[in-house]
Write a protein that binds this ligand. Structure first.
Ligand code: UT7
Length: 332
């Protein structure tokens, strides 16, 4: 039995926040030039919690769009899996809130792999479908990054946006044109200290001191993460090509995690992927963590950049450290 992506959907909050918000409204010591030249980000969408825009809200909207694309109802799903690091609340999972909001049944759980959540989760969901444990899985990458950002920290708060992207993963016959191919997933827990939220778990519960130091918010050593991101993505994709007996010419579209335009372009150049085959959305939506690849995929489809039979390459790097590469053959 094989698994394929058979539909996609996305959700971005309406509230658009330009770079000027950070230096004009928040008064941070940053500038349009710094943000655009160092990251490629021009604008991003941020959720409005006062209107109920939480992670599960965005996940539900993306899943609804995906169901519409598939021509299916929520009751047709066997499972809902959400890759996220920004749940509505510590317990229960975003997937359970999403299941209730959709009116779906079956099992539901979250998966934590930060910016690698989509690539990790795609592999987990494909394996469940290939093994016959589920026939139809709604897999959503959703992150409400603005809920874990320190808006006094110019090193991190300018980098992220909020979004959800969904894919339907289904069992398909062997002669179906679409396939989710094997992945390579990697992790190195020694990288934890370079990109983390130090408090809010068992090690350092929230108290007044934690809040004062904003230890419950994202901390990143950007330069260290940048260096690891480029070299790890290049290495894992080269290894993937070798294992799967592919060359860069077999790839029709490269959809990398959107952390920094310079990371994407450096990796694409080293891998010799031409610009026209590289999907970049960071300029419009910033880094949306687990949502960046599935939303970029859905946007690329809408823009007519994904054709039946195309081989798509996903590659990612994020907190953990976690990273990986995967390809799918497009069947729609
Ligand atoms: O998706 C999860 C994985 N995350 C990533 O892959 C992110 C990887 N890292 C990056 O994308 C980049 O490292 C950043 C965009 C975060 C930073 O860019 P950089 O070119 O690596 O800058 P830097 O951290 O080396 O900082 C250079 C200077 C520093 O000042 P000094 O020490 O040279 O005086 C920073 O304090 O830029 C300063 N800086 C800023 N200046 C204006 C840092 N943030 C800002 C800012 N505006 N927003």
């Amino acid at each position: 039995m094989k698994a394929a992506i058979t539909a996609t959907g996305r959700y971005f909050p309406d509230r658009e926040v330009s770079n000027a918000y950070f230096y004009e409204d928040l008064g941070l010591d940053t500038s349009e030039d710094w943000i655009v030249s160092r990251t490629g980000i021009q604008t991003r969408r941020l959720a409005d919690v006062s209107k109920g825009e939480t992670c599960s809200f965005m996940a539900t909207r993306a899943a609804e769009a995906c169901l519409r694309d598939a021509g299916l109802e929520a009751g047709d799903l066997d499972a809902i899996v959400v890759a996220t690091v920004t749940p509505d609340q510590p317990l229960p999972s975003v997937a359970c809130f999403t299941q209730a909001a959709l009116g779906a049944q079956g099992f539901a759980f979250d998966l934590v792999a930060a910016c690698s959540g989509f690539v990790y989760g795609l592999d987990v969901c494909a394996a469940m479908v290939e093994s016959g444990r589920a026939k139809r899985v709604m897999f959503i990458g959703a992150d409400h990054m603005s809920s874990i950002l320190d808006f006094n920290d110019r090193n991190t708060c300018i980098l992220f946006g909020d979004a959800a992207g969904a894919v339907l993963i289904e069992q398909v016959p062997d002669d179906h044109p679409g396939t989710i191919h094997p992945s390579i997933l990697r992790a190195d827990g020694k990288g934890a200290k370079h990109l983390q939220i130090p408090a809010g778990g068992g090690r350092l519960p929230i108290d007044a001191g934690v809040l004062a130091e904003r230890m419950n918010k994202v901390k990143q050593e950007g330069r260290v993460v940048f260096r690891h991101a480029v070299s790890s993505i290049v290495k894992v994709v080269q290894q993937y090509f070798a294992e799967q007996e592919l060359t860069v010419d077999d790839i029709d579209l490269f959809i990398p995690h959107q952390a920094n335009r310079r990371i994407i372009e450096a990796a694409a150049d080293k891998l010799r992927v031409p610009r026209e085959k590289t999907v970049i959305t960071i300029d419009r939506f910033a880094n949306t963590t687990a949502a960046s690849i599935p939303t970029a995929l859905d946007l690329a489809r809408e823009e007519g950049r994904v054709m039946k039979g195309d081989r798509l390459l996903f590659a990612t790097f994020g907190a953990g450290f976690t990273w990986g590469a995967q390809t799918v053959t497009w069947g729609l």
